[in-house]
Write a protein that binds this ligand. Structure first.
Ligand SMILES: [Zn+2]
Ligand SMILES: [Zn+2]
Length: 370
């Protein structure tokens, strides 16, 4: 029986990619088109799996309920672009071509790059263990990338886009500035090349790790129990990282998949309850603007951070977080202005409008645990 992923990728290649490449005069990429199509199909399947796991969780035990969910729509756009479009392209085509070229160049100079299996030949008999080791090493690299992006002011100005979302859901994982995504892909790719992850395993590893990351962003009261929380990052653990007081340089729980790196490097916080999320210093466009507005706001913030003195990102104090919550009505009003503006522009272009914003009125109540 034919593998349905293969069959679908074959159809996409034959009926869409090859005609497109031919039309553009780029037939030298034909060999890679199938690989990209295959991982785009895997990406779409991953989104399907993510929906099957996270939708029931968010419906069953939501942490927050919102009258107006339009800021979530933007995050859906981020996910589809990253998982089905960009990620397979970068993870497969970029990694595969770079690794082939690099290995060829190194071999010409009499050097064979190391792989985990060559360093530890006993691993050859245990492919599942090798896969887990690759995942652990890539996750450690990602831990440090994330931690530094909170530490350095210029990097935080980009990463703040990820934290600005006040309606965090499983769609929020891919909500990143394009420049930040680019740095992350390079960082991940360079480490992958350095430890010799086999080219076909790399995109699969990325898909699996990203699926687990999506689950950790879900708007759901789910923890994995005392032991489980120390083995795999849960929605409760990652929510503490997105808490208002965790925006900026004094944060915690930087890990993406395995909490061991936070435990080893002293940044784990297992104590937190389900706290309100967001970045109190992010302007309203960064939080509730559409895709283009958020990207533009991120660039403006980057330019400002480069011009300002000091390399370290600011930390959010409990006082700032508290007054942010107390000013909830004000923030809701700002969001309403942005959403109304977007609605009227969409209406002028004859596009369907977004539902009227009712704002984050629930924030008007008592200040919850920070
Ligand atoms: Zn972060
Ligand atoms: Zn996150």
């Amino acid at each position: 029986m034919t593998d349905p992923f293969d069959a679908l990728a074959g159809l996409i290649e034959e009926h869409a990619l090859v005609p497109l490449l031919w039309h553009l005069g780029l037939m030298q990429w034909e060999d890679l088109a199938y690989g990209w199509a295959l991982f785009a199909v895997y990406g779409a399947a991953q989104v399907g799996l993510m929906l099957a796991i996270c939708l029931p969780l968010e419906w069953w035990r939501p942490v927050e309920r919102w009258a107006d969910r339009s800021p979530v729509l933007t995050d859906i756009g981020y996910t589809l672009l990253a998982r089905v479009g960009l990620l397979p392209l970068v993870a497969f085509v970029g990694f595969y071509t770079t690794q082939t070229a690099l290995n060829g160049w190194l071999a010409d100079h009499g050097y064979v790059p190391p792989t985990l299996e060559r360093l530890l030949p006993a691993l050859l008999a245990h492919p599942a263990l090798t896969f887990l080791l690759y995942a652990l090493i890539l996750d450690a690299a990602d831990y440090w990338r994330h931690r530094l992006s909170h530490r350095w002011r210029w990097w935080w100005s980009l990463h703040a886009l990820h934290h600005a979302q006040r309606q965090m859901t499983f769609w929020s994982d891919d909500r990143n500035h394009l420049l930040d995504d680019l740095i992350a892909a390079l960082w991940f790719g360079v480490i992958g090349l350095a430890i010799g992850v086999p080219p076909l395993q790399f995109p699969l590893l990325v898909l699996l790790l990203r699926l687990l990351e999506s689950i950790s962003h879900a708007n759901t009261r789910v923890s994995f129990g005392w032991l489980g929380e120390r083995l795999l990052i849960s929605p409760r653990f990652h929510r503490a990282h997105h808490a208002l007081v965790s925006a900026g340089s004094a944060s915690c729980n930087y890990g993406a998949v395995f909490p061991c790196w936070d435990m080893i490097f002293g940044s784990a916080d297992f104590s937190g309850d389900y706290r309100p999320t967001g970045d109190p210093t992010a302007d309203a466009w960064l939080a509730s603007g559409n895709y283009a507005a958020q990207q533009w706001a991120g660039l403006r913030r980057l330019a400002k951070s480069i011009a300002s003195a000091g390399n370290t990102a600011p930390a959010t104090t409990t006082e700032t977080a508290r007054s942010f919550l107390l000013e909830g009505v004000d923030h809701a009003r700002k969001n309403d202005t942005i959403l109304a503006d977007q609605r009227s522009r969409r209406a002028r272009r004859g596009l369907p409008g977004v539902d009227a914003a009712k704002g984050a009125a629930e924030r008007r109540g008592a200040v919850p645990d920070l």
